[in-house]
Design a protein around this ligand. Structure first.
Ligand SMILES: [Fe+2]
Length: 205
């Protein structure tokens, strides 16, 4: 992708003083880092870019700022594209129960943007490794996804937008509704017209 395309891409449609640049890193949990590396690098073809252990003092005791409550756990990072990192912590075996992706505050799934050819390659790689998947399905207008569970039972989605060809997809414009379309649903949430006008102020008529 060229710099010109980067500068043409609008930043988040929000307050002009706020600059959101997408995901810096998404941190997930495993109890088997080797298995996780084998899947993300070996099956999916992602690049491992950083391997470390969390420095001592951050796991147990007052130094913990929300990290896993274990000392010096492995913390590895993969390049998930768009200059974003997919990270994993490795919990000690048996120390934590399996999560519920539908629990409040949990991550239900994550969708990675791919080109149509890359989605086809991922399907071929999953087939070769006998990893089952669902799809492709049109999950939003013009957005076609496959779904797969990683070996940690994390639900992954790989979404492509054929309209964008093999180039980097233009995701937010693809799904942005008109004001009327959004209000059709939002009026089931509240009838407060002042609130509705405020949250839809950035949408086109
Ligand atoms: Fe999704």
């Amino acid at each position: 992708m060229t710099d010109a395309l980067v500068t043409e891409r609008p930043n988040a449609r929000t307050d002009a003083k706020m600059s959101f640049y997408g995901v810096h890193h998404l941190a997930l949990n495993t109890d088997d880092m080797k298995m996780t590396v084998d899947f993300y690098v070996g099956v999916l073809g992602m690049q491992l870019v950083h391997a470390m252990k969390v420095p001592p003092g951050l796991g147990v005791g007052p130094g913990n700022r929300g990290n896993p409550p274990f000392e010096e756990v492995r913390h590895y990072f993969f390049d998930m594209g768009r200059d974003g990192l997919l990270a994993f912590f490795e919990m000690p075996k048996g120390a934590k129960e399996k999560g519920d992706r539908n629990a409040l505050g949990a991550m239900q799934h994550v969708s990675l943007a791919v080109s149509p050819e890359t989605q086809a390659s991922i399907r071929a790689r999953l087939d070769a490794h006998k990893v089952p998947y669902d799809g492709p399905l049109e999950v939003l207008p013009g957005v076609f996804s496959i779904y797969v569970f990683d070996p940690n039972d994390i639900r992954l989605e790989f979404s492509c937008q054929p309209k964008n060809g093999e180039g980097e997809p233009s995701i937010v414009p693809q799904v942005t509704q008109t004001k009327a379309e959004a209000l059709h649903e939002l009026r089931s949430l509240t009838r407060d017209e002042t609130w509705l006008a405020g949250v839809t102020a950035g949408l086109k008529e």
